[in-house]
Design a protein around this ligand. Sequence first.
Ligand SMILES: *Cc1c(COP(=O)(O)O)cnc(C)c1O
Length: 412
Amino acid sequence: MSDPSGQDNSRRTLPEGLRRETLAVRTGLPRSQHGEHSEGLFLTTAYVQADAETSARKFANSEDFTYSRTSNPTVRSLEARMAALEGTEAAIATSTGMSAILLLGMGLLKAGDHVICSRSVFGSTINLFAKEFGKFGVETSFVSQTDLAEWRAAIKPTTKLFFAETPTNPLTEICDIRALADLAHGAGAILAVDNTYSTPALQRPTEMGADIVMHSATKYMDGQGRVMAGALCGPNKFIRDIFGPVLRTVGMTLAPFNAWVVLKGLETMALRMKAQSEQALAVARWLEARPEVARVYYPGLASHPQHELAMRQQSGQGGAVLSFDLKADAADAARAAAFHVIDSTRVVSIATNLGDTKTIITHPATTSHGRLTEAQRQAAGIGQGLIRLAVGLEHVDDICDDLARGLSTLRS
Ligand SMILES: *Cc1c(COP(=O)(O)O)cnc(C)c1O
């Protein structure tokens, strides 16, 4: 890392072996000559060079700052901090989570290649692989989130990439990262894991064999619902050598302002994830005891079918997202009941997002999964009585009271 002030650097370089809590608040580029304590926000598209010779050298070496589509000091600080938290050699920031997956595909795949992906991943991820990459001759097989045999059966000689997300939305199904990594590597393929839900505060997929970690930093990394951002984390042989050149050409670059917001979000991420996970567990237990609730989906509950795997992979935390099914005989009644519970809330937000300090309540069947046919929804386990809750930082009793308003006035 170069010191922009050109001053003595000895007190500015962090010692080796620092713990993650320290890295989360300290990792970044060195301060400018002004000594700002909070990281600088560099809103600039170009960089002035001392002379033509220097300019030529910097353009030849893409590690230097020349133009902000290529690199920017604020974005570079964020990338360093993300890599430190995921425990990877490097990270590359992108404008959104989806553009991180676009960058992943453009960097690794060509016409004729094959991808295996869980069918329970984020909806736009399915569209990106099936429709958009499909147009360019990349084929994707969608398989069970939890049944390893389906992944194994889908392997072809052209399989280049396994793509997984764990836990999934809204049913919080877990896949076994270590087992998928072994399977992918045995087939000569790469495993990429969408770690948006857990963040490196809970789960570090590369420690379990994954090659690349993908993030929608829009969610818990920002953590307060302000900006869109994404990232890929992994070794230099992917990040610097493959994804860097593609991003420079294609331009799914993260804006410096958004990078700065996420950079500051990372300083409190571990605290938020821990607190929000504890609150989600309390709400999940409370819901499980309610007579109006048929089933609660939350990895932190002992009743979750993959509770032990989840606890092992996610540092003993369930994360902040849970879903629950209301008791009802028919789809119409289930939808009416779900709408009643949602509409009776006065504190939590009715929205389709997650990763915020404000609790968000969602009806998946008519929003995130609204474009599926009823048969596809049934197959995915997304009933009309299903409600998703992304638990925030309000007092947990106020969240439960807000849900009780509708639950206790349901007509049975
Ligand atoms: C939101 C989300 C994405 C897409 O990220 P954007 O920042 O909205 O583009 C991808 N994966 C998961 C799990 C998400 O929740």
